[in-house]
Design a protein around this ligand. Sequence first.
Ligand code: GAL
Length: 693
Amino acid sequence: MRLRLFSRLAVMLIWLPLAGTLLRAQRLDSFPTQIPQHDAIVVGTAWYPEQWPESRWEEDLKLMEAANIKVVRIAEFAWSTMEPSEGHYEMDWLERAVAAAAKHHIMSAIGTPTAAPPAWLTQKHPEILRIEENGQRVTHGNRAHGSSTSAIYREYSRKIVEEMAKRFGRNPNVVGWQIDNEYGYALMSHDDVTRKQFQDWLQRKYMTLEALNSFWTTAYWSETYDNWSEIPIPVGGHNPGLMLEWKRFVTSVWSDYQTNQISAIRKYAEPRQFITGNFMGFFDGFDHYIMCEPLTFASWDDYVGSGHVDPDFNGLSHDLTRGFKRANFWLIETQPGAVNWASVNNYLNKGEVRAMAWQAIAHGADAVSYWQWRSALNGQEQYHGTLLGADGTPVPFYEEVRQIGQEFSKVQEALRGTTIQSEVALLYSYDSHWAIQFQKHTRRYDDIGLLKSYYRALRKLTPSVDVISASAPLGGYKLVAAPGLNVLPKDLANHLLDYVRDGGHLVLGPRSGLKDEHNELQTRRQPGHLADALGARVEQFYALEKDFPASGDWGSGQVSIWAEQLGLLNSSARTLLRYRKSNGWLDDQPAAVTSAYGKGRITYIGAILDDNLMNAAAAWMAKESGLRTPVLSIPEGVEVSMRSGTGKRVILLINFAQEAKKVELGKSMKLLLSGRQEQTVELAPYGVELLQE
Ligand code: GAL
């Protein structure tokens, strides 16, 4: 009975009007992720024709077409085939492969091959091979071995990319480009060239060594620099100011690295061809907001590795990627059953990959592409999951992809021109993430885990949550939660205050506002520039060796890992939660406070809450912020999402549970996948349904 009630509540959000939702994210008339004259949502695969005799291609493409595959990702490791010796380009084969795919109604997205420079190049210029932290130069034969700071490597990269763009920039069957592959995982060469570039970059930024020495407090441990050339590349723990700047420098290097290729492509390519990059969810090697600026849209590679999909974390990762450009994205690589690099490369359950494919769409993806079609007979990834076996015929998983493709085709029109429009945003900041990672203070501190706990609790109450940069426009969100803004300089604080003054509800989590932009401790107590508006401050923080009790407006429960003792500065602040008997210092002290400010509200939660407290806190946030969606519980294991736009609205139900679930809709709706009109949806384990009024 209880479950049924929850089911009804869960879908009540369907009936709520969309009017008033601010389109702060994607303009609804611009969907570069949906390719004109093609299905709005598509299935794809990575295909490496260079690894196979041409006589085999036709059979592969026939099988792809039969599996409803509409796009191939092609050429991203084919440098040695496209330029077998210096300046000698051979791309006829690629042109033939693209044309052959098109005959089967398959578009091509071309990857630039710079993740794998050819042997003639690394032989001629061994200095382009990266030097690792331990001082050793990498050898040829893996990938990501080129140095991103090497001018020589950039030059060779530019030449091959330019040749490719000349050749394919107007090819009607090439719909877009991917830069590199996973950007060398942001690995840097620890060589003199890089160090000099880092020093020059610092000089441009700080202008004088006096400024740098002061912002980094280099008098500490005699770190004072009298010459730019003395500044090292940080290895291991180092000065926090230096370490944060190094991360920003790494971002600028990879950003320039891709600009070098983007400009080569744009010189010859028609504007209709997109340019994307394949990112990796919460991989933190560089600042993805900066990296995504010049790209048409963001893409990512979603791999589960060992075990099974965690729908909350996976959903959060999709939403993070959507937030990179606040627009729809592509899932450009995902796991066809199993990978080859995890501790246990178990296969995902039958149906699990389909649920994941639909989850990607439900969170704003317009393509889902499997890596890869068929394993190369030799090479490092022989054991990875595929759609075909080594004998060239389908493995059992092929059928699941065929079904996904068929379903995508069936409903694609309903999803054309639709995106995710949220009332709630979570703020993410690479500076803050890095600053916490450098000095976790307790090895148990996990800022992404904390983000996930907010996400999980809030996502139950609303059909979507945006995850966006802390400096993104906030107008229109009813609730903005920033669980980890450790680095909170004044301009960012003002940006947040503007949001609150205009009527928004800002919720801050522990460790907020401790640092400024140089990763220096602020001379105002946490949350720094926001303390006055909050009417409270952090008196002391405590890393916890065990859980402590807390109770208040959100009921009672436990706090763990981190607790901040809050102190009220004025009578406008109200205590929402207090620690109970714990370490003496925290006993009965405020753990969460809230204050009205301007037309809005600011709330500070100084501890990591257990699930019950977090859920109650989220319910309070939703109510206090006036979310249009009712406070509701979604049946355990079922995710409800919504895509809307251009007059359409589609509800997506995905059952991640291993047992069947029933959802009462309360009124009759069109079930797009099963093609029926029903008041009840029966979801099999890993079952999916799309609803339209
Ligand atoms: C990705 C990579 C692919 C392939 C895949 C295997 O990270 O981009 O090229 O190696 O992993 O899971």
